[in-house]
Design a protein. Sequence first.
Length: 335
Amino acid sequence: MHAGGVGRLGAVVVLTLLWGPACRQREEAPKPVPPSTPSVVAPTAAVVPDLAKATERVPRGRYLVEAVLGCGACHTARDYSRYGGPAKAEPLAGDCFGEGHGMPGRVCAPNITSDPEHGIGRWTDEELLRALREGRGRDGRTLFPMMPYSEWRSLSDEDARAVVAFLRQVPPVPRSVERTQLPEALVAQLQGLASALPGPVPPPGGDVVARGQYLATVAQCSFCHGGLEETPVPFAGGLPLPTPFGEEKAPSLRPEGAIIKGGEDAFVARFTAWKDVAPAPSRRGQVNKLAMPWSLLAGLHEDDLRAIYRYLKTLPPVSAQIATPPAASPPTVGK
């Protein structure tokens, strides 16, 4: 469902090779800017918002960052030698991905803790919002599409502000992360994908299906599950996602696919089952569940999972369904 970490990075490369400029762009790690640089401004209302309102937003922002948006899938170092790729370092302190993840270079997700030197402590709210939803870095560069700004353009203004409010209070981690290094030809191919929002973004409609569509969009479900056709069919599945222990294919999320045909309760259980999984070692030749950050997705609220399921049930069938094996259940401890 969620195009997190390894899955999204692999999908970016696969889709770039398949569809060229129709995909996205590159990301640069936030580059510390000296105080003398004009882009660093003195604290204003954009930097220090109304504290009461910001405090109210933090719980929603935490839920979005930690579960729905899955920011830790890329920005937190994960232990890919363990089933499911659990976190192995400080949350949101950054990580890098190389050839072992199917990358054509070295792609680094920056430190987004509140540290002022190595993280986003000196970024203004508006700079963070532009990076989040428009794909524009603090230095004006277009971000690499592992930052899913094309989907997060749909993130409502209030939810986007909640994300910023939460990131502001993430404990600072003084950890430096390398800058992304990609072949110049690939960088040139991916230019021009960032763009300004045309106006305010309202929250989703009040019915459960509209909320499910909103959640499926900002959780980036259709990206990895988009299929291999020249014009990808959203949620059709089949995309091979590179991981350090072999490819994992994204299954179909269409109504005729096994995951949705299994029923709403089974769909919810696929996620909640990961709340208490003790990760077993990853092994080549088995499905190691590394393409999706399951430990993060286990935090999705049940009513949100049911909303996503009910939205997926409304999708029309596709004539050419890509067959993929059913996903393995979490391992039993000791097996």
